[in-house]
Design a protein around this ligand. Structure first.
Ligand code: ZN
Length: 215
């Protein structure tokens, strides 16, 4: 998982909430009150913030087909359903389709106190990506248990994701040559940062593969 650095809430979003509250005498609720065109605008801001990858699986996101993900589900935490810090962009996977059932649809209203948000600075240490494309819990104790729950409940080892991660590592040239330490560091630097506002899909798994060459 790639850590997400949240920006300040967009001004238009805070203004919209304030205007709604002023006009209606109550706070807006996401599902009931927030219109589709504004949801699309919000998705655009979240995608830019995340470098156009899914907050859970690091797959490529586009404005169409992406989903505003409430990290703490709106049904269980209604007071946070319009809090920018709780909002992320995720892919939806395909519910019930074997191998593609991951992320948004898979998660639905699942929430565990052990779950750690992709904005948490510890998030990248909680997961280990193998060269086989699989993701494993890393770290210790509660963090390890949390990572395991997330892998299971978000479907992060679904066939589709494992295959894509394996392919992404291969396509980075990892198996093609012997590399010098400088070349390896350049690769890590490239995949660890956004290029023209976008991360390469599955960048976290690619970076970990290249880091393993440094020993
Ligand atoms: Zn995803």
């Amino acid at each position: 998982m790639k850590r997400i650095i949240k920006n300040n809430p967009p001004k238009w979003f805070e203004d919209w909430k304030r205007n709604f509250e002023h006009a209606n005498g109550r706070k807006a609720a996401y599902k009931k009150d927030f219109p589709q065109n504004e949801i699309r605008k919000l998705r655009g801001d979240l995608l830019r913030e995340q470098g156009y990858i899914c907050c859970y699986c690091m797959g490529r996101l586009h404005i169409d087909g992406s989903h505003v993900e409430h990290f703490r589900p709106k049904t269980r935490f209604p007071d946070e359903d319009m809090e920018y810090g709780n909002l992320l962009a995720s892919c939806q996977g395909i519910a019930g389709e074997p191998g593609k059932d991951h992320c948004g649809h898979r998660k639905e209203d699942w929430y565990s106190a052990r779950m750690v948000s992709p904005v948490n600075p510890d998030i990248e240490q909680m997961f280990h990506y193998g060269l086989d494309g699989k993701v494993y819990p890393s770290g210790r104790d509660e963090k390890r248990r949390g990572a395991k729950e997330m892998i299971d409940h978000l479907g992060l080892n679904s066939y589709y994701l494992v295959r894509n991660r394996e392919k992404a590592i291969e396509e980075s040239g990892f198996f093609d040559d012997e590399y010098t330490e400088d070349e390896i560091r350049d690769m890590i630097d490239y995949y660890d940062h956004m290029d023209e506002g976008k991360y390469v899909p599955y960048c976290g798994a690619i970076v970990e593969a290249w880091r393993s060459l440094l020993g």
